[in-house]
Design a protein around this ligand. Structure first.
Ligand code: C2E
Ligand code: CA
Ligand code: CA
Length: 568
């Protein structure tokens, strides 16, 4: 059965178009219906409110006003509807103007036959369908079917216009997946695409009808929660709740083929209301800025936009710029922090910790520039430089069995990581047996299989591995069992609290017990007091590292420190 065609007929009161109506009946029998109006104003209102397929407009009764009307509907209200003029007399000038204004056709009544009329209408409807399809493509993301950035900006604009009346607060969330690039690069685009589709499904499932989720591109999503509250605080609270829902929805691992993926998400939020004279672009920019803040405060978090944030983003960009120049100039120095046996005090290793000696700002902590190096991709040349420096200095550390180097997740997942590391050790003539690579749990999150393969390759060359900051992340036993780690480092936050927090002491004890059961060498980090050292010793940990033994010190001081220990 044919779908019913909804027609709006605009014509004069007196002059009934009997002929047109009889043609309609002949062509479409019962599969059409029409509303008749006699004024352009009511016509406009009806078109706005109802879903017509076609407008038939009698030129004789409207004259040039009819052409203005078409222009208004098509170009100003941007309603895509075919409009056909019907005219008593041949009027070439009006015909051209009508087409220019956006009319679909200009038909002469005397020339009409039932067949030509039907064809003109069918053609218009087909044209409308095609146009709608193109419109759909222009406003949607082909992969997930979600609205794209254009459509979202449109909706955002409309929300902003409505504000002048409602004064309610809306929220825009800007979402960015945490380790998507790693997954995409290491497992391929097919897996990446499937992951994005699954994420978009999970996002859509937790939102309500009035919210809209869009995918502007890449691994980003945008959610508009329009007019959720009169009170700013309540709006913020609701945004927080939805962010929590989103984070929880993504906590469940995503199964794709043989892969089980864990994906985190960083969420930036901005509140806006009619009181602010903002435009859609600014709102979007604020949410984006907040998202970057969420990124740098760790995975799976939400950050709200604040004015000061803009300043800190500028500072970050400047830092990244400086960092780019600092790498070829080698403005970095490695400090070393010894690790000693809890029982004998003999040195078992040292951890290399990078410092940036900035020409103007002086010494900068890795906590301040490693995240920015990771975000900008500069971690790859920087990581290689750090590793090479450690290899070049290793020769002067006779008597230290092993030097450990921190490897960031992003660096590890680079396709050429294994090759880079191997080449540097060959160039500097260092045996991999002297080197330990420290990884954090975030490295394993992207894909445990790929991590296992790379670790195996490096282990076969002689490198050993430490799992850093254990206890702060997912603390998953899976990693420990399935990946060939040699060393487990208990995060310093546990050691710091063992004396006054029984829960932390309990966790530390359990971790040591577990690590020993898995035959791992246990290092306690952040040992600041004799009590800390005692605790580790009693619980059966193997080594200790921390200010109580030594702060991180430059290479030459480490040599002096060792010599003093030996003669003491
Ligand atoms: P991390 O790997 O957990 O390194 C240990 C951090 O704890 C070091 O901070 C060290 O100075 C500090 N620390 C050592 N003993 C104590 C103590 O007794 N008490 C306290 N409160 N802190 C102690 P640092 O050097 O600022 O490094 C911070 C983080 O930066 C490192 O944490 C590591 O994640 C990252 N990092 C440092 N160097 C590198 C590097 O070369 N490459 C990469 N990718 N990351 C690095
Ligand atoms: Ca470390
Ligand atoms: Ca650590």
């Amino acid at each position: 059965m044919e779908e019913q065609i909804n027609i709006l007929l605009l014509e004069d009161e007196q002059e009934e178009n009997k002929l047109v109506k009889s043609y309609l009946k002949q062509a479409f029998q019962n599969s059409y219906r029409y509303d008749k109006v006699t004024s352009l104003i009511t016509g406009t209102e009806k078109i706005r409110l109802q879903n017509y397929d076609l407008v038939l407009l009698d030129y004789s009764s409207t004259g040039p006003d009819g052409i203005d009307f078409v222009y208004h509907i098509v170009n100003e209200l941007k309603i895509m509807i075919p409009i056909i003029f019907l005219s008593e007399e041949n009027n070439r000038e009006a015909d051209l103007k009508a087409m220019e204004a956006g009319a679909q056709d200009f038909l002469l009544k005397q020339e009409l036959t039932p067949y030509s009329f039907e064809m003109a209408i069918r053609y218009s409807l087909k044209h409308k369908k095609a146009e709608e399809h193109i419109q759909y493509l222009a406003y949607h993301d082909a992969l997930t079917g979600l609205p794209n950035k254009n459509l979202l900006l449109d909706r955002l604009d409309r929300t902003l216009i409505r504000f002048s009346r409602t004064q309610r607060h809306s929220v825009l969330l800007f979402l960015d997946l945490d380790s998507f690039k790693i997954i995409n690069d290491s497992l391929g685009h097919r897996v990446g695409d499937d992951l994005l589709i699954e994420v978009s499904k999970r996002l859509s499932s937790i939102l309500s009808e009035t919210d809209s989720v869009a995918r502007p591109g890449g691994d980003e999503f945008i959610i508009l929660l329009p007019e959720i509250s009169k009170e700013k605080e309540e709006a913020a609270l609701k945004a927080q709740q939805i962010a929590d829902d989103i984070i929880n929805a993504l906590r469940r691992p995503i199964e794709l083929g043989d892969h089980q993926l864990h994906i985190g998400i960083s969420i930036g939020a901005t509140l806006f209301s009619g009181k602010d004279t903002t435009c859609a672009d600014t709102v979007l920019k604020h949410a984006d800025t907040a998202m970057y803040a969420a990124k740098s405060s760790g995975r799976n978090t939400i950050s709200f936009f604040q004015e000061e944030m803009e300043k800190s983003v500028k500072y970050k960009l400047a830092l990244e710029n400086d960092l780019r120049k600092a790498i070829p100039k080698k403005e970095f120095e490695l400090y070393y922090q010894p690790q000693v046996c809890v029982n004998s005090g003999t040195i078992l290793g040292a951890e290399a910790l990078v410092r940036w000696i900035h020409p103007e700002k002086g010494l900068i902590s890795p906590l301040d520039f490693i995240p920015s190096a990771e975000q900008s991709g500069l971690i790859h040349p920087l990581g290689a430089l750090i590793f090479k420096t450690a290899c070049e200095q290793i020769d002067s550390f006779k008597g230290i069995p092993r030097i450990s180097v921190n490897i960031s997740a992003k660096q590890f997942h680079a396709p050429n990581f294994v090759e880079t590391i191997e080449n540097i050790t060959k160039e500097t003539n260092v045996s991999p047996k002297q080197l330990e690579l420290e990884l954090t749990e975030s490295t394993m999150l992207a894909d445990i299989e790929e991590t296992a393969v790379k670790m195996r390759q490096l282990k076969d060359m002689g490198f050993s591995f430490a799992l850093d900051d254990f206890g702060t992340g997912y603390s998953s036993l899976t990693y420990l069992k399935r990946l060939p780690f040699d060393v487990l480092k208990i995060d310093r936050s546990f050691i710091a609290n063992i004396m006054d927090d029984p829960e932390h002491a309990g966790i530390a004890t359990a971790v040591i017990y577990l690590g020993k059961a898995l035959n791992l060498h246990i290092v306690g980090e952040g040992v600041e007091t004799e009590d800390h050292l005692d605790f580790l010793r009693r619980q059966g940990a193997h080594s200790a590292q921390g200010y109580y033994i030594s702060r991180p010190i430059p290479a030459d001081e480490l040599i002096t420190w060792m010599n003093q220990r030996l003669t003491a």
